[in-house]
Design a protein around this ligand. Structure first.
Ligand code: SAH
Length: 355
């Protein structure tokens, strides 16, 4: 008789809720406080190995190691811009040999962690490098939580803000992302406030509608980039499936149902979407919505020929929005020096790392 085969991969402990971990501890005949102890090792001490969990009996550590994996994600390379408090990009190895990147951006007293939700991306926006290599797979809940934990371990503290603006489309991996948000939000764990977590989408309407029902205070950010359908479909092919009018209506309802302000991201590209008429049209279409606009000058990527407009054009675009009483800010994309600016994340390291 052959021995029962070992499972190829164990479930990730970082993908469990506190309640699920408590249930596993109960199955292992452990007292109720054990789950709390483990939770602290995971989310207060950012433990990377079972052997660190010194206040757990050895037998329990072994039993856990047979059932669950602690290795959601691991930093394999880090790149920082020169200077103090500057952007750092980490290349993260996943258990199956896939890779994602995450970026830590310190600014104005915050540390914002930019995480991925998928390996690659399906949506192929014209100026975003992430989509160019195609789609590989969704990240699991435990991998997404693991991204925050490895960042916290390296930083020695939990980042103050989290944005799903790395690789992938969070609302195309809805269940895993939302489950991760709830674990990251858990008051006894990482306790990152929902208002400090931003989900950014290229405009997946059913996801926006579901999100409105979650009762979570997360920030929603829409990658808009154009104020008419023809241009938006050219820049974001997803617009053919979810056109502008329908998207804006879904946003208006979302803002109404949740009472939350929606941020619209608008990447400025010289000669493409930066004219005064386009600014006025943007103000017009956003007027019915409780909205704020974030203007981001394009960061250059090899796969797209466009470039950012000159500073006076950017300023004029901002002025037009402000004069139209649209709440608008200019965001300067950081991390260009380490290929970690908006839209630059791409699994370009794959070949040399597999050597
Ligand atoms: N799929 C999600 C999140 C990933 S992209 C989304 O579409 O929102 C995060 C943000 O970076 C989006 O607003 C995206 O449009 C923007 N972006 C992508 N490439 C960029 C580039 N080259 N320059 C500036 N912003 C870019």
């Amino acid at each position: 008789m052959s021995a029962s085969p070992l499972p190829l991969s164990l479930p990730l402990i970082h993908g469990l809720t506190h309640a699920q971990l408590t249930e596993i501890c109960r199955e292992l005949d452990q007292p109720a406080y054990r789950a709390r102890q483990i939770w602290k090792w995971l989310y207060h001490r950012f433990a990377a190995d079972w052997s660190e969990m010194k206040n757990l009996p050895l037998g329990l550590r072994q039993a856990l190691a047979h059932r669950l994996s602690l290795a959601s994600a691991a930093v394999t390379r880090s790149q920082s811009e020169a200077g103090v408090g500057t952007t750092t990009k980490w290349l993260i190895a996943l258990a199956d040999g896939d890779w994602v990147e995450e970026v830590l951006i310190p600014a104005r007293g915050r540390t914002t962690l930019c995480v991925s939700s998928q390996v690659g991306c399906k949506f192929n926006c014209a100026f975003c490098a992430s989509g160019k290599a195609g789609f590989r797979r969704n990240l699991e809940t435990g991998e997404i939580v693991g991204l925050v934990v490895v960042a916290a371990r390296n930083l020695g503290a939990i980042p103050s803000n989290l944005v799903f603006m790395g690789m992938g489309e969070p609302l195309d991996n809805y269940d895993a992302v939302l489950a991760a948000v709830r674990i990251i939000n858990d008051a006894e764990g990482l306790s990152l406030g929902a208002r400090r977590i931003t989900i950014s989408t290229c405009g997946i309407i059913p996801g926006i509608q579901r999100l409105a029902q979650e009762g979570l205070q997360v920030e929603l950010s829409i990658s808009l980039h154009a104020s008419d359908d023809a241009l938006r479909s050219r820049l974001l092919p997803v617009n053919r499936k979810y056109p502008l009018g329908d998207l804006l209506e879904a946003c208006r309802i979302y803002a109404e149902q949740t009472g939350r302000l929606i941020t619209f991201e608008y990447t400025l590209i010289q000669g493409v979407n930066d004219s005064p008429e386009q600014a006025r049209e943007l103000a017009r279409i956003l007027r019915p919505i409780h909205a704020r606009v974030n203007l981001i000058p394009l960061s250059t990527v090899a796969e797209f020929e466009g470039r950012a407009p000159p500073a006076p054009v950017v300023r004029e675009f901002l002025n037009i929005l402000e004069r139209a009483r649209i709440n608008a800010t200019l965001r300067i994309s950081k991390g260009g020096g380490v290929d970690a600016a908006c839209g630059q994340l791409r699994r370009r390291h794959e070949s040399d790392l597999k050597l």
